[in-house]
Design a binder for this molecule. Sequence first.
Ligand code: AMP
Length: 405
Amino acid sequence: MQMIDNYNFAGKKAIIRVDFNVPLGAQYEVSDDTRIRGALPTIKKVLADGGSVILMSHLGRPKSGPEEKFSLRHVIPTLSNLLGTDIQFADDCMGKQALEKSAALKPGEVLLLENLRFYSAEDKVKTDEEKAATKVFAQKLSTYADVYVNDAFGTAHRAHGSTAVIADFFAQDSKMFGFLINKEIEAMDKVLHHSDKPMTAIMGGAKVSDKIQVIENLLDRVDNLIIGGGMTYTFIKARGGEIGNSLCEEDKLDVATELVKKAEAKGVNLILPVDQVLADKFDNEANTELAGIDQGKEGFMGLDIGALSIEALTEVIMNSKTILWNGPMGVFEMPNFQKGTVSIAKAIAESTAQGCFSLVGGGDSVAAVNKFGLADKVSYVSTGGGAMLEYIEGKVLPGIKAIRG
Ligand code: AMP
């Protein structure tokens, strides 16, 4: 496999799939530039070698054709500022401008293409007809450049035109991952295949159903599996506890029981919270009470873990050498129910300072470490929630397969 580190881009045009799917404010200004900054090392490497860069990305979910609010034009000021160079723009990724401007691109120059998803051929790939259209679309994109670089981890689990299909139109030594995807793979492989023990996975968030596969795959790898957040209550109800109005997936009670049995059989320490903060409504201003985790009651829902759980989980985290964290311990968006999630995030940061390797991924846990200012105190924060979960489930990601083979 061609590695970006030892590739010389001098005189080459590189088309780079980046993830510029950034949040925009009221005036369409970029309100969080994390993803743009994530792409800089790869862009800078190509430019420093004496190559030129064609950037392509999606932004949002346009329904049919161009829409101002999804235009990639809005990222130009931020990108230009961060790179310290002018950015050329093609207002249609398939149009005359894209063709002419990419053909005229000189070493050191950067061209940004308009949103790929203004064409349904980019991401509609179900029927044979759609797949054929995607091939044509991807083939045309490939003609703009000599080399293809995929650095968009957030879409690596999609078999879209620009994330996977385009790779078929480049020779093995002319396609590669960018630095960001390389870092993501390295972090996930460290956790999955080369972890120092004890290893602890912390799974939170709302639903068990989203994470069954991940939990199953992790049972072969971890020493401790901590379950927190809303998904706790499906496990509690399954073991006969009282959950009142807490979140519960009635059709997953058997699955929860099975997972507990499997963990036991594999010698994995499955840890559930022991206490909780009950609330009389789903509201920051709700009346609250502390209760044991099995002592829910009618008219109340558990919205955070309690102090005893925080203490017990902190001890496990502090004794771990590898940690994977996905999903909050409670409704951390509401200040009165964020304590469990903040405490766990702080414990992970502290354990990391003592030499533990910690990988945080999944939209909400990433939002949590950012909100609490701890993002640079963990070992790695993944940029792809869905992609990371699928990789950890053991699935082959189309965007990775397209390059690795
Ligand atoms: P997920 O997308 O499955 O990772 O779930 C994240 C969401 O779960 C966040 O928006 C949290 O507010 C929510 N959540 C976490 N704990 C609870 C809980 N005990 N009850 C209801 N929602 C929760």
